[in-house]
Design a protein around this ligand. Structure first.
Ligand SMILES: NC(=O)c1ccc[n+]([C@@H]2O[C@H](COP(=O)([O-])OP(=O)(O)OC[C@H]3O[C@@H](n4cnc5c(N)ncnc54)[C@H](O)[C@@H]3O)[C@@H](O)[C@H]2O)c1
Length: 262
């Protein structure tokens, strides 16, 4: 499995969940990686892999300067940047509109859009020149909530639908040099957390018994792990297998969504 040997990849939120699964898979496939991650313990865990093909940057995707530092780390360490994987997200734990006070609605909107939408834009802006030079690619992590209700509350669903707009518009704006696509996974038990303004910063999606639920009720009746989604990212990152793919979302969320495929 060495299909990514020619790729230098920046992954945001590579410390756990989908991002960590991408890091592990891409290292196996021979990629060289930079990771932008906010959590110092997760950065330490990445560094303990001890790979010279991996450089970490501690920072926040909502800061342009941190995104710029991460791009610079990739280019300075490995000489180029071929792929940006914008992956950091926050969830709203399915808070419905009428369950949010007007104040929570405003603050939650700002916080969720800052991470789930602005974070992707800042990453794309910081990486655009390097990706144009390498004729590279952007891959965003979207969600079943990019297409359907019930993957979260109204704020999360709005941010993940906004992600569709980012993919379509950026694929147009950055063509012909840069391909822009997304992967839409379904539910997984990860560290995915929510905004402090909604009192959700200490909760994690894995505290909900998602795995058991998916084993019984998802389309494929199996509990999906983040690693099960990593191959689709590898395909989209490939310099040869995805040459014709831009402006689209691989919606592979049915496996993690109750009974939708039936
Ligand atoms: N878990 C699910 O059920 C699910 C379903 C569909 C889509 N997604 C999407 O998958 C993506 C990854 O989520 P996950 O489930 O792997 O969650 P996760 O919390 O395990 O991974 C996110 C990583 O990003 C880091 N992070 C959080 N905020 C950051 C910030 N502001 N700056 C830098 N790093 C930050 C976290 O420390 C963590 O390592 C998100 O975009 C999420 O919306 C998740």
């Amino acid at each position: 499995m060495r299909g990514l040997e020619d790729r230098v990849v920046l992954v945001t939120g590579g410390g756990s969940g989908v991002g960590r699964a991408i890091v592990d898979r891409f290292l196996d496939e021979g990629a060289r990686l930079a990771v932008l991650e906010r959590d110092a313990d997760k950065v330490a865990s990445l560094e303990s892999i001890g790979s010279k093909e991996l450089v970490t940057v501690t920072g926040d995707v909502t800061s342009y300067a941190d995104n710029e530092r991460a791009v610079a780390a990739a280019v300075e360490t490995f000489g180029r940047l071929d792929v940006l994987i914008g992956n950091v997200g926050m969830w709203d734990f399915s808070r419905n509109l009428v369950d949010l006070s007007p104040g929570e609605l405003e603050a939650g909107f700002r916080d969720l859009f800052a991470v789930n939408v602005l974070g992707y834009l800042l990453g794309a802006r910081a990486a655009a020149a390097a990706l144009k030079r390498s004729r590279g690619a952007i891959i965003l992590t979207l969600s079943n909530a990019s297409f359907y209700p019930r993957g979260g509350g109204v704020l999360y669903t709005a941010t993940k639908h906004a992600g569709l707009g980012l993919v379509r518009q950026l694929a147009y704006e950055l063509a012909p040099e840069v391909r822009v696509n997304a992967v839409a996974p379904g539910a997984m038990a990860t560290n995915l957390t929510g905004p402090k303004s909604l009192g959700l910063d200490r909760r994690q999606i894995k505290d909900i018994p998602i795995q058991e639920y998916l084993e019984k009720h998802s389309a494929l009746e199996r509990a999906i792990e983040p690693a099960d989604y990593a191959g689709t990212y590898a395909l989209l990152a490939s310099s040869h297998d995805a040459l014709t793919v831009t402006g689209t979302v691989f919606d592979i969320s049915a496996a993690g969504t109750p009974h939708r495929a039936r």
